[in-house]
Design a protein around this ligand. Sequence first.
Ligand code: PEP
Ligand code: MG
Length: 565
Amino acid sequence: MTFSVHGLSVGRGLGGTANGVAIGRAVCILSSRASVAHYFIDAAQVRSELSRVYHAKEAVIADMQRLQISLSEHVNKDAPQELSAIMDVHLMLLQDETLADGVRHYIEERHYNAEWAVSAQLEVIAAQFDAMHDPYMRERKGDLEQVAERLLTHLMGTQQSANLSPANQTSHESLILVAHDLSPADMLRFKGDVFSGFVTDVGGKTSHTAIVARSMGIPAIVGAKSASQLVRQDDWVIVDADAGVLIVNPTEGILAEYRQKQADGLMAWQVHLDSDTRDSSQAVSLLAPDGTAITLLANIELPTDTVAALAAGAQGIGLFRTEFLFMGRSQLPDEEEQYAAYREVVLAMRGLPVTIRTIDIGADKPLDAIHGQERNAINPALGLRAIRWCLAEPTMFLTQLRALLRAAVHGRIDVLIPMLAHESEIKQCLLMVDRARVQLDASGVLYGEVRLGAMIEVPAAALIVPTFLKYFDFLSIGSNDLIQYTLAVDRANEEVAHLYDATHPAVQFLIESTIKQCLAAGKSVSVCGEMAGDEMHFKALLDMGLRTFSMHPSQMFSFKKFAGR
Ligand code: PEP
Ligand code: MG
């Protein structure tokens, strides 16, 4: 039966110039399984993948039988029977034909790698448990999860090298990932992966998960509430990311209509690419109605994103979100690794300015390595995030500052500090930068000069701009957070997304007054939140006097049409 689920449109980051439509089969995953590798195998690899599953299953069975024996030998007399019964259930689930048949189907027919095949079939069985009337049977889903984790852990320990040639990927049908939630780090992990669309139950339009999806140029819908419960593994789905609508099991008629929409979108996209290659590697040069130049800078998450930035004609990097170097890993990057990453960006941009933001973690960007406690805070968006966390972890902050100063030897770096609100924090930051210089001097390491800037993303900061201008060379307005904190609307919460409004007079007032005070003081100012890349806000920001916009490279194409006007 055809039905639709509504969520928030993330679009494709093209500002309406092409359609954000993806059509494919649903791949439902539990958020906790986002780290499971998803790739297609060659026909020649089918046998070895099946054998990996077989051996992993045998190993888990052997482990469990060993455990049963040791339980019966060591645990007190009452407990073993109960535990042993649970083990029996687990063994039964593991040996069940449905699991084996489904996994074989996904490997043989769809050419999924072993881990993906196992997790896909587990989702199918889990949905069957959910649909059972008997509460005892429904509860067995928990057992299934435990068995699944054991099996996947074994498989991941014997991971094969992925054979991911692009030709290999395109020969398969299009797939849409449907999950309750995906962290920004998970989303980034799927970059260049097999999925052509994403749907999550939770999240707002400017949540970091949505931002990463937009930067990948892939149609996505966030805040689709119950999508992950309503969509079943392998359902045919249409993601209309422009309208924020997910259509499940469409009729032939609807499918044909959307295929046409998708084809039109691809054609428009091709026209953009063609006109772009005509002036390829040319920076976008736009003029405001008063004849002054408009600068388009790129927002990036990883050093490799500089390729897309240059291809889109960016005149520099306006925001490198360095926290993505720190997320989704168990150990933080050391000074050498960070230095290499920052140097890579600077060298790739060949003399164009590069703005690197110091680590901005917390709220919807938790750090796996050490941020566990804060993740459980009642109000993480108001907690130990961004610069607050950096000042609470001076060793880590100094490591990053030293890496940034060293990378500045290779080209211009503007260092941007997020989420400042207090003059005392500003002073501490400046002291830390000095201390990093002293440390480098003491060890005789070469470093370069950097310009220092602050993000204006807390209303308190926007209300004391002169204080910021006393200390900083430039300001960058983080409209995503400025809107969130001005209106007290969680940017990652779909329940209040309708109240998240960039055009609210209070937001407009804070942005305009920040821009005007900067310009009056002769200091540079930019907007690097999602507003900057949205055509809808372009004219209003221009009228406020803004001339520097930092956005996803994919959004720059839509601004080129303003060139020469
Ligand atoms: C912002 O808040 O507008 C911003 C650019 O930073 P982030 O989206 O990474 O919080
Ligand atoms: Mg921010």
